[in-house]
Design a protein around this ligand. Structure first.
Ligand SMILES: [Zn+2]
Length: 219
C-alpha cells in the first residue's frame, strides 16, 4: 500500500491513528510494526545503476484483524525493481506510439522487462480510475478526458485527471500521475490480477491525502 513520500508525515499518521486497514470491511487502525528489509529501487532514466532510491519500508499491523502491510513511499510499485518515474516514462512513450524495443533502448532496460510493464499497465481498470477521479474532484465535469482510443494514452489521461482532482481538492501541487496510480491501487497498478478481483471498487484509498484533508479540517 502506498503512502506519502514524506516519512515524518507517515509517522504522524500512524501515531494519530489516521491510516485505516485496506481490507474490505475491516476499518481497523494501522499501527507501526517495525520495518521491512531494505530495498533498492532503480530510478535512473538512462539505465540501471545510474540513480537509486534505498529505503526500508515501514511495516504496519491492523489493530482489528491483525494483518500486516508494508507501506511504500509514493511513486513506487509493489514487486518492481524500477521506480514509478521510470515505468511511468515507459508508459508515456508507449502512449505516444513508441514500441517496447525502442523504449527499452532509451531507458536502458531489458526489452522483456519493458514489455511486461506495458502489458500490465494495459490491464489497469481505466473506468474505475475515472470513477474515483469524478468522486473526489470538486468539479467532476472537469475530469472527464476525451478517450484517446489508445489504451495506454487513456490510462495516462485517467490518472492525470485523478492527479489534477487530488491537487484541486486538497489545494496542493498535483502529484505525478504514476504516484496517484500507485496510491489508488495500493501499488498494484501494474498487477493485472488485482484489477480482475471483485474488490477493485474499494480502491479509493489515498491515506496520505485523506489524512492531509482530515488535518486541514481538524481531525
Ligand atoms: Zn484490518
Amino acid at each position: 500500500m502506498t503512502v506519502s513520500a514524506d516519512l515524518a508525515l507517515v509517522e504522524r499518521q500512524l501515531v494519530g491513528g489516521w491510516l485505516r486497514c485496506p481490507q474490505g470491511g475491516c476499518g481497523g487502525v494501522l499501527r507501526g510494526h517495525g520495518h521491512a528489509r531494505e530495498r533498492v529501487v532503480e530510478t535512473g532514466l538512462a539505465g540501471r545503476g545510474q540513480a537509486q532510491a534505498r529505503f526500508a519500508p515501514r511495516r504496519v499491523r491492523c489493530d482489528a484483524c491483525g494483518r500486516t502491510q508494508v507501506l511504500l513511499p509514493g511513486g513506487f510499485f509493489s514487486r518492481r525493481a524500477d521506480g514509478g518515474v521510470v515505468i511511468g516514462r515507459a508508459v508515456e512513450m508507449k502512449a505516444d506510439g513508441d514500441g517496447h524495443r525502442k523504449i527499452a533502448v532509451m531507458l536502458g532496460r531489458p526489452a522483456s522487462t519493458v514489455r511486461g510493464w506495458l502489458r500490465s499497465a494495459a490491464g489497469a481498470g481505466v473506468d474505475v480510475l475515472r470513477a474515483v477521479a469524478a468522486e473526489i474532484a470538486p468539479d467532476p465535469a472537469a475530469v472527464h478526458p476525451k478517450p484517446a482510443g489508445v489504451p495506454l494514452a487513456d490510462l495516462v489521461a485517467a490518472l492525470s485527471a485523478l492527479a489534477a482532482a487530488v491537487g484541486a481538492r486538497w489545494r496542493q501541487k498535483p502529484p505525478a500521475w504514476y504516484s496517484v496510480g500507485a496510491a489508488a491501487c495500493r501499488c498494484r497498478l501494474l498487477q493485472v490480477s488485482w484489477w480482475a478481483r471483485d474488490a477493485q471498487h474499494e480502491l479509493a484509498l489515498m491515506p496520505a491525502w485523506l489524512a492531509q484533508a482530515g488535518s486541514a479540517a481538524g481531525p
